[in-house]
Write a protein that binds this ligand. Structure first.
Ligand code: GTP
Length: 296
C-alpha cells in the first residue's frame, strides 16, 4: 500500500482559474502560552491563494507551522514567524497569511475588602496578518463591569427628598430620629437602576509587547466598577459604595476607555464599543469610539 504514490489533488490545475482571498482551516485546537499561563485556544489559519491556476493550498503545512505556538510565549514576533512560515511553505501560491486565535485569559482578582480572591475569565481574540509584507496584530478583548445610571440616581434622590419632607416636614429634627429614618426603607424609597455592562475593545497593536493583561487592567481601572469574583457582605457593601461614587452613562464609559487606551504605548489604533444592558428597558444603551495614533 505504502509503495503506491499518493494522489495529490492540491497540485492539480484548477478547473476555474480564479484566485481566492482566504483559504485555510478554522477551529484548530491548540495550547498557547500567555503571561506564563498555558491556555486552551482555537486557531483559524489561512493564506490567500493568489495562483488562480492552482487547485488548492497545502493545509497540512499551515497546521504544522502552528506547532511553534506550543512552546514559546505568544508575542507579536512569534506570530510574525508563524505567518512567515505559512508563506515560505506556499511559495508561488500565496502572498498573504492570516492567523486568528481565540482563547479565554484567566486573571486572579482580589476582593474589594475581604482577604479573598477569585478567577475572572476574559474572552480574547488575537488576529495577526502578513499582507503585502506588512505585519499587523489586533486584539479583541471583552471586559465586563457594572454601571449605575446617573439620571436614575438623581431621580431617586429627588424621591428620597420628597419622602424626607413628608416624614419630617412638620416636626423638629432629632438627630436620632433622622439616623433611624436613614436606616429604614423610607430612607431609600427609590433606587437607581444599574446594569451589568460590557466593553468590547478592538485594539490595533504596535511594538513587541502583546499587552493583553495591561490593557485589561487599564480598562478596568478606567471604568472603576469591574465585576467581582469572590464576594462577602463587606465586599458587596464596598461595591455598592464604588457604584454610588461612579455613576455612568454609556457615553461616560466610552470616553474613559478612549482616554485610557490612548495613554498606552502598545496601542496604534482602536475601535471600542460599550454596551449597557439596561434594566430600565429591554434594549441596550451603546456608545462607540475610534482613534488612530498619528506618529510624529
Ligand atoms: N487544499 C485542500 N485540502 C484539503 C481540503 N479538505 C481536506 N484537505 C486535505 O488536507 C490534506 C493535507 O494537504 P497537503 O498539505 O497538501 O498534504 P500533503 O500533500 O501530504 O503535504 P505536502 O507534501 O506538504 O504538500 C490533504 O489530504 C487534503 O485532501 C480542502 O478543502 N482543500
Amino acid at each position: 500500500m505504502n509503495a503506491l504514490t499518493l494522489p495529490d489533488i492540491a497540485a492539480q490545475a484548477s478547473r476555474q482559474a480564479l484566485p481566492l482571498d482566504w483559504v485555510g482551516m478554522c477551529g484548530i485546537a491548540l495550547p498557547i502560552l500567555i503571561d506564563g499561563q498555558r491556555l486552551s485556544a482555537r486557531a483559524d489559519a489561512g493564506v490567500s491563494l493568489d495562483d488562480g491556476e492552482a487547485r488548492g493550498i497545502h493545509m497540512s503545512r499551515l497546521y504544522l507551522a502552528l506547532e511553534m505556538l506550543e512552546q514559546q510565549a505568544l508575542t507579536p514576533a512569534l506570530l510574525r514567524n508563524v505567518l512567515q512560515r505559512f508563506l515560505d511553505t506556499h511559495e508561488g501560491l500565496s502572498k498573504n497569511a492570516y492567523l486568528r486565535i481565540h482563547t479565554d485569559l484567566l486573571l486572579k482578582r482580589p476582593a474589594l475588602v475581604s482577604p479573598l480572591a477569585g478567577w475572572k475569565s476574559y474572552p480574547v481574540s488575537i488576529e495577526a496578518r502578513l499582507e503585502n509584507q506588512m505585519f499587523h496584530v489586533e486584539l479583541k478583548i471583552d471586559v465586563t463591569y457594572s454601571s449605575t445610571c446617573p439620571c436614575s440616581a438623581a431621580l431617586a434622590r429627588q424621591l428620597i427628598q420628597q419622602q424626607f419632607l413628608e416624614d419630617f416636614g412638620n416636626t423638629p429634627l432629632q438627630h436620632e430620629d433622622v439616623l433611624t429614618w436613614l436606616g429604614s426603607a423610607n430612607g431609600i424609597v427609590a433606587t437607581p437602576h444599574s446594569q451589568r455592562s460590557s466593553a468590547q475593545l478592538h485594539v490595533h497593536l504596535q511594538g513587541e509587547h502583546l499587552a493583553l493583561t495591561d490593557l485589561i487592567n487599564d480598562a478596568e481601572a478606567a471604568l472603576g466598577t469591574a465585576v467581582q469574583t469572590a464576594v462577602k457582605r463587606a465586599d458587596e457593601q464596598a461595591f455598592a459604595l464604588a457604584n454610588g461614587q461612579n455613576l455612568m452613562f454609556c457615553e461616560d464609559a466610552a470616553r474613559r476607555l478612549n482616554l485610557a487606551l490612548k495613554r498606552s504605548d502598545a496601542v496604534k489604533a482602536f475601535h471600542l464599543k460599550v454596551i449597557h444592558a439596561e434594566s430600565l428597558h429591554a434594549h441596550d444603551a451603546v456608545a462607540e469610539s475610534r482613534w488612530t495614533r498619528h506618529s510624529a
